[in-house]
Design a protein around this ligand. Sequence first.
Ligand code: AGP
Length: 602
Amino acid sequence: MCGIVAHCGEASAVPSLLGGLERLEYRGYDSAGIAWLHGAGHRLRVARAAGRLSALLDVLPADAADDVAVGIGHTRWATHGEPTAANAHPHRDCTGTVAVVHNGTIDNADALAERLSAAGHRIGTEVDTELIAHLIEEQLDGASPGTGDGLDRLAEAVAAAVGQLRGAWALAVTAEGVPGVVLTRHRSPLLVGTTPTALTAASDTLGLCPRTATVRELGDGDTVTLAPGRTLRWRGPGGRETEPPAPLRLSVRHHTVELDGAPDHTSKEIAEQPAVVARILDAVAGRLATGRLLGDLGIPGDRPVRLLACGSSAHAASVTARMISRLAGLPAHVVPASEHSPAGDELTVAFSQSGETADLLAAHADGGPGPWLAVTNNPHSTLARRSDGVFDLGCGPELAVAATKSFTAQVVAGAALALALAAARDRRAVAEWERVLLGIPDRLAATDAMARPVAEELAKAFAHQPGWVFISRGAGVPYAQEGALKLKELAYRWTEALPAGELKHGPIALVTAGVPVVSVTAAPADRLAVNARELAARGARIITVGGAGQDAVLPAVLPTREPPWGPLESVVALQHLAREVTVELGHDVDRPRNLAKSVTVE
Ligand code: AGP
């Protein structure tokens, strides 16, 4: 995961880097660091700290913002080595004059470490990135990069150093006495942005300064230098200088990251769901019953569908696969992106709120003749840029690590897609279900208002229970799984989520007196109620979501007849439950341990 920023321009590098890191903290927040060139001699200075960006601010020297035009920065999600200040990026070589920030993982790190140590390099950490700094040092062969045409020599050294790497990397490098930044990448995204006063770089568009007008994406093996005066030099994989690729205009302005009175981003984002869904429905209005949405997205209406996703997005994909097969009569199946195999000529629909999830990008890189549709909240993301069509969820930034509004938006986008596919294949039910779809924002808002206080009470009663079971049936199962994932990732509770009928085939052995069982109401509700009674008979405490129940009812306002997308509204109640349990236990709701918003390592 991790996030990279870089700046080369007029004297505002440190604030620009810190602003970028703040926006990129969602990619990892184990530690953060920056390196910048100070004073007329361009002395290399580095500050790093374990923990959040606020910890880095505490260790920055008071004069860090003075007159600094060049710098690089990083926010980390640990892969090699613990999340300590010593392991934080930027990493330096033996001379302390070359600084490197890196996203990705180096597969041959052990062999490189052995060789570099034997050659006399002092390797101070277990972090693979440090090895890259030593490899660059080796290429510079003892000469200070600050002599002669330093930036070109540094670029050549970087290109030669990465020639020895296996794995994935996006790198930003700067060095003492060399006013500029070198960038290169292999299987990990990296963008160059242009502002009126600077060239910047970041691992995704959010990390770029808000004044960025255009971006260019590095290709694998490109080496790019950013020099003062907004001088950009682009070299292709063989080292030959080429014209930079045509810039893409950034059409989306940065949204507010304020809490607007909410206690945390999770709470704010849960509450935004009715508005988010209303916007999507507005955007697709008039294009479902005609099937026109498909043409506008540039995707065929008659191919089998493969849905690729991870985590919450995979739950939304499950709901969508069921809808596509039921409504449109097309074969549709979900593949966890980390388990993908080469594609055939089916339509791949990739669900990813960030559009930067490495497992999805790896699946895309593996190729296949079929078209790709990205369903994403980031239309400028790597996934979106590489897909044939993009369904822009338009949720605004989701800053809390737990997916809430993006999940709901993905389900509604999936429903729109399924209805458009059904319409294109002359299926009848489209108009009826479109009407039910239009009622979702009101039902989500009503659920939000009713569920929040009840979830708070339930949290007081159940928060300290270490294990929870989530059950449902049919179309409700992905929502039970999503509720369980939310509780797991935010409140650190062990959870089981499964179709209710599966319990008696083994998992029921976990159910003892007092175990909370969350039953997500779905058709056939009578069968689900029987399963819940079987658990209550063994002492479980049943929390029924969106229906009449036995011990406790967590309200969710559902349509009278179950739609093909199942009990979507119940997810708001489940999100509140997870959040309230987390608050009750005193954990950080927005930044759970070990996680990052965007999973940019395979
Ligand atoms: C869920 O709360 C998590 N944030 C996680 O499961 C997430 O959905 C998954 O990592 C996929 O991310 P993406 O949607 O950005 O691809």
